[in-house]
Design a protein around this ligand. Structure first.
Ligand code: NAD
Length: 469
């Protein structure tokens, strides 16, 4: 199958539309493919298919559903070469990182398939039994973003299906292809209507969240859109999981190994050219080591080749799309206008959406680059004197997704970590996500969690039975 004729999956069948959506390669700016542009008719058909499939899927034994979820993972792994090349082309990330994302998606399916939600016996007094069971919610709308289109879609597919729901999944219009292809690849063994994949332009997301045919929306994207999703889900009181933006702080204590930490912190901030919800987006470095740490990080930045992700040896790719490119460029321009010192790596010229990897040397706390989520390869480094000061600044944010603490003294780092107001805190590692650990944002970084038993539970509702003998 060529990339030009990918189709949607609705009710287990291939569905196309006369309207088409262009797909651009962000490394070149060229339109290289088109995909279906679904409207109300296709959305209604997908919901009807999911609704029709729900009773039988709900009643399918857990172990059989787990088997199918695991098989989705096997299928993704078996097609990793094709999927990761497609992912690089539409998303821009370097080949090795695309391969990593695809394999992570496969592993996530296999890991999620091992989870269970046993019934709970609850004390109810003599002659009575009380049981709480986790029952599926029904038909779920999954909406995913463009930074990790495959893995973030799988974070919805695997638990939704395992728990017995049926799903209509919509990837971002900027990165629709790899997820459409996964829909095609699993058509042969996922029962018709259980997993529907549809693609469309900007109108399709709001149409989904407002549609009375969905029982739950699982949304990953920006905080601004998350607010709109919540509003639009209100009239029918849809269940919601919102995984939103972050402005994750790193706190670097003075006892770190500077070279090693600079290397690790670089990847925590610049993986996927900074387009990671849990990327380090501001780093507070103790004043005793600030200059040496900044210089070590600058060396790492200088050594990282940026370019078209389909070329060998490229470490950093482009920004995924034009609006985000304009936004990141605007933040860099603001740094320049404010007179902040910038330390920049090299970036290719041309039509691709490349922004050089950039360190911003000790900008003031109230500058835009510190206060706003940049979602690009630009990292502000700030000097701190006391841990209390670093924590106060790290926590002075409406966001609360994740954070990191860096120190040779793990106990001291843990004490700092415990004071961070975020859903996850990682010590001496960045981006440390696990299929077995609950992940979610505090404050305006989200509502609810994905992954782990808690993430699986979010695709169920408790139903309590009382049996009097
Ligand atoms: P976005 O909010 O623009 O879009 C996300 C998805 O929502 C896309 O599929 C889009 O088509 C759809 N959408 C847009 N408007 C909608 C509406 N009104 N109603 C329903 N759906 C709508 O986000 P993005 O630019 O694709 O992604 C970047 C953002 O996502 C960043 O802020 C990042 O931090 C966040 N993010 C969060 C997580 C997390 O797990 N917390 C993971 C990845 C990205």
């Amino acid at each position: 199958m060529t990339q030009e004729n990918l189709s949607m999956t609705i009710g287990g069948k291939s569905v196309d539309t006369a309207a088409r959506l262009d797909v651009r390669n962000p490394a070149t700016g060229e339109i290289f493919a088109q995909v279906p542009d679904a409207g109300e008719t296709e959305l209604d058909a997908a919901i009807a298919a999911a609704r029709a499939a729900f009773p039988a899927w709900r009643d399918t034994p857990w172990a059989e559903r787990a088997e199918i979820v695991s098989r989705i993972g096997d299928t993704i792994a078996a097609n990793a070469a094709e999927l990761s090349a497609m992912l690089t082309r539409e998303q821009g990330k370097p080949g090795e990182q695309a391969q990593f994302e695809v394999m992570a998606a496969a592993q996530w399916c296999q890991a999620t398939a091992t989870l269970t939600l046993p019934d709970r016996e609850i004390e109810a007094g003599p002659g009575r039994r009380q049981i709480t069971r986790h029952v599926p919610i029904g038909v779920v709308a999954g909406i995913s973003p463009w930074n990790f289109p495959v893995v973030l879609s799988i974070w919805k597919i695997a638990p939704a299906l395992l728990a017995g729901n049926t799903l209509v999944l919509k990837p971002s219009p900027f990165t629709p292809m790899t997820v459409l292809r996964i829909g095609e690849l699993v058509r042969g063994f996922v029962p018709a209507g259980v997993l529907n994949v549809i693609t469309g332009g900007d109108a399709l997301g709001p149409m989904m969240t407002a549609h009375p045919g969905f029982d739950k929306v699982s949304f990953t994207g920006s905080t601004a859109t998350g607010r709109r999703v919540m509003q639009s889900a209100a009239p029918t009181l849809k269940r919601l999981t919102l995984e939103l933006g972050g402005n994750d702080a790193a706190i670097v204590l003075p006892d770190v190994d500077i070279a090693e930490t600079a290397q690790k912190l670089f990847w925590s901030a610049f993986t996927n050219s900074g387009q990671v919800c849990v990327a380090t987006k501001r780093a507070y470095v103790h004043e005793d080591i600030y200059d040496r740490f900044r210089d070590a990080l600058a060396e790492v930045v200088a050594a990282m080749p940026m370019g078209d992700g389909s070329q060998q040896g490229v470490a950093l790719g482009p920004i995924q799309n034009r609006p985000q490119y304009d936004r990141v460029k605007e933040l860099v321009r603001d740094c320049e206008a404010q007179g902040h010192r910038l330390i920049q790596g090299a970036a290719p010229e041309g039509e691709g959406y490349f922004v050089p990897a950039t360190l911003v040397d000790n900008p003031p706390e109230d500058s835009r680059i510190v206060q706003e989520e940049q979602f690009g390869p630009v990292l502000p480094l700030m000097k701190f004197t006391s841990i209390e000061e670093a924590l106060a600044k790290a926590n002075a944010s409406d966001m609360g997704l994740a954070g990191t603490v860096w120190s040779k003294d793990a106990e001291a780092a843990l004490r700092v970590a415990e004071c961070m107001e975020t859903g996850s805190v990682w010590i001496n590692e960045g981006l440390a996500l696990s299929p077995f650990a609950a992940f979610g944002g505090r404050k305006q970084s989200g509502i609810g969690v994905e992954n782990g038993v808690e993430g699986l539970m979010a695709y169920t509702e408790p139903q309590t039975f009382l049996i009097a003998q």
